[in-house]
Design a protein around this ligand. Sequence first.
Ligand SMILES: *Cc1c(COP(=O)(O)O)cnc(C)c1O
Length: 380
Amino acid sequence: MNSFPIEDFQGVSTPFYYYDVALLRRTLAELCARSPRGSVVHYALKANSNRALLRVIAAYGLGADCVSGGEIALAVESGFAPGKIVYSGVGKTDREINMALSVGIGCFNVESVAELGVIDALAADAGVIAPVAIRVNPHIDAHTHHYITTGLSENKFGVDISQIPDVVEYVMRLSHVRLRGVHFHIGSQIVSMQPYETLCATINKLQDDLESRDVKMDYINVGGGLGVDYEDPDRHAIPDFASYFDTFSLRLKMREGQILHFEPGRSIVCQCGTLIARVLYVKEGLNKSFVIVDAGMTDLMRPALYQAKHKIENITSRGPERVYDVVGPICETSDSFGSAIMLNEAQRGDLIAIRSAGAYGESMASRYNSRDLPGVLLSE
Ligand SMILES: *Cc1c(COP(=O)(O)O)cnc(C)c1O
């Protein structure tokens, strides 16, 4: 059972990403309806920076969360308001900082004291004042894969929460940066609200502490990370934005005049994207059967990089179900989309749908093995 427009797929060369733009619009409408009044939602471009999708997202009035100069340029070209662009990343180059200053972005999410000094100097050269927030590492375990958890003390992101009062004092002495507030991003594919509840408590405590030192902030950015259902994308096509936003509305003690900022990426684009591949060969091994498809880790890296599991369907065959390992053609053992997968009986030429591939799919594609990048087909 699937609802893919298979007729439209005939003649399109595989592999390609198919994006259901109507689902993206429904997701954005739900997100906008559920986000707290007065808050600003910045779409994290690194999840998917396909230009057609960016234009759709920008049209809903979202801001952008960028992690490179290239993403800032793309965000501006795609219609995101420069004042609603925020810029994160531990290794911003001088060139990228200058570009962000000339575009007039809304806020630099600064990750170190060294970076603050460089932004201050470059802003002075440009004769402008740079708006900054300090990215705080709050030591919160997001209970997600260790490669996508970002808020633990041993990883490279942000300034340790114990150092924040000192760093804030340092910022106040700089002449060409204006401290707007604090930024957090504790990880990705977070499916329980508990880490976010802990984050709220941490922010409340930090705010009390900074307030007692007479620090005024107008910007509280809680980052992204809301997870999606990779196992059952049809049942949960739109993530539970209500629980997510309500957690912050209920638990965060916002001060007068403060604006709450969010940076979701995956939860906006994941379920609208599917990687469509074609079966090249069915290979009967000694103990298992392999379905070898023409898509590989160069098209969708998540299984190889994060041991991620995506739902896989044979959308051509109506044959009885059989158990297969679904693998790609790349010369790496990690180039596998899943083992012991139940698929309708496969044969050469069948189309295979790898679901929930809209986030960190196309944007991570590479040309390893001198392969072509995957194609793209939009539903409209
Ligand atoms: C990647 C990233 C996001 C988006 O994360 P998702 O899990 O895709 O929602 C938000 N903020 C920052 C700083 C990021 O690096």
